[in-house]
Design a binder for this molecule. Structure first.
Ligand SMILES: NC(=O)c1ccc[n+]([C@@H]2O[C@H](COP(=O)([O-])OP(=O)(O)OC[C@H]3O[C@@H](n4cnc5c(N)ncnc54)[C@H](O)[C@@H]3O)[C@@H](O)[C@H]2O)c1
Length: 277
């Protein structure tokens, strides 16, 4: 079971998108328990408030920030508000995502757009806005030489094992998650001169509200009892269990830590061995 490392992120300022529930909430909790102040950047205002209360009770300060990350104007405003409140941004965890399971042959254009608006476009413009702020925080002497032994920011983008191979019932989602790996590599190269690390996480099966929806749809489609689809999926996981949000949060905590200062442009599978490349 993942262990909290007290003080690992002491005083750092982290934005976690989609942190009102599921994996994002787990990431916010872990970073906070390890000393980071966390912005809960979340579409659902009630969940944002609830998560912020839980997170600040467990660790450092948490700020609920209701936002739709599909809207670049709201993202720009969030970055300005976070800097006004905390003075800087050290980590961006680009976790917010949506998914609607449906067959590739009847997938409507509006659903394709909805998934890409959040999972790829929204993620990209969060990254762009926060990266510009992180660059503004880099000392001029580092900018002049274009290298440094310390990191000036960590960005972790949420891809998926669906970003590693195709999905007949999530063609839009899979394409967006492949795109996240591409954006991660491009941003890692663009931000390397500033010593800002950009990596992606590819979770496997994590039972969250998102997975509850997938299970309901697929179990009905294939005549399985409730929970039947997720059970069948877990059978194909080499480690024979689903991940917990804590498993994923542990990997995010590592990628944000100084232990990962020499890692950039990578996509890390945290999936019990499903994908090996
Ligand atoms: N659960 C899994 O098995 C799994 C596997 C691989 C990847 N992922 C990815 O991990 C991330 C978290 O997934 P989860 O399972 O916790 O999902 P979830 O649906 O439980 O939580 C996602 C959160 O994102 C928020 N959100 C959605 N659209 C938003 C928007 N426009 N602006 C701000 N917030 C928004 C939702 O309100 C919700 O709180 C997602 O990117 C997902 O694609 C999940």
């Amino acid at each position: 079971m993942p262990q909290i490392i007290p003080g690992r992120h002491a005083g750092k300022i982290a934005i976690v998108t989609g942190a009102g529930q599921g994996i994002g909430r787990g990431v916010a909790l872990r970073l906070s328990q390890e000393g980071a102040h966390v912005v809960i950047a979340e579409y659902n205002a009630d969940n944002a408030r609830r998560a912020a209360e839980e997170v600040s009770a467990a660790g450092a300060e948490a700020l609920a920030y209701p936002i739709d990350i599909g809207d670049p104007d709201q993202i720009r405003q969030m970055v300005a508000d976070v800097v006004a409140h905390f003075g800087r941004i050290d980590y961006l965890i680009n976790n917010a995502g949506v998914n609607k399971t449906q067959p590739m042959l009847t997938l409507p254009p509006e659903d394709w757009d909805k998934v890409h608006r959040v999972n790829l476009r929204g993620l990209f413009f969060c990254l762009q806005a926060v990266a510009n702020q992180m660059i503004a925080q880099v000392p001029d002497e580092v900018k002049q030489v274009g290298r440094s032994s310390v990191s000036y920011g960590k960005i972790v983008n949420f891809s998926s094992i669906a970003g590693r191979s195709g999905r007949p019932f999530a063609a839009d989602y899979s394409a967006a998650k492949w795109g996240v790996i591409s954006v991660t590599q491009s941003a890692a190269l663009a931000l390397a001169p500033y010593n800002i690390n950009v990596n992606a996480i590819c979770p496997g099966v994590v039972p969250t509200p998102m997975w509850a929806d997938i299970d309901k749809t697929q179990a009905e489609r294939f005549g399985l009892p409730p929970g039947g689809w997720i059970e069948k999926t877990i059978e194909s996981v080499p480690l024979k269990r689903a991940a917990t949000p804590e498993d994923i949060a542990a990997a995010v905590s590592f990628l944000c830590s100084t232990d990962a200062d020499y890692i950039t442009g990578q996509a890390l599978n945290v999936d019990g061995g499903v994908e090996m490349n």
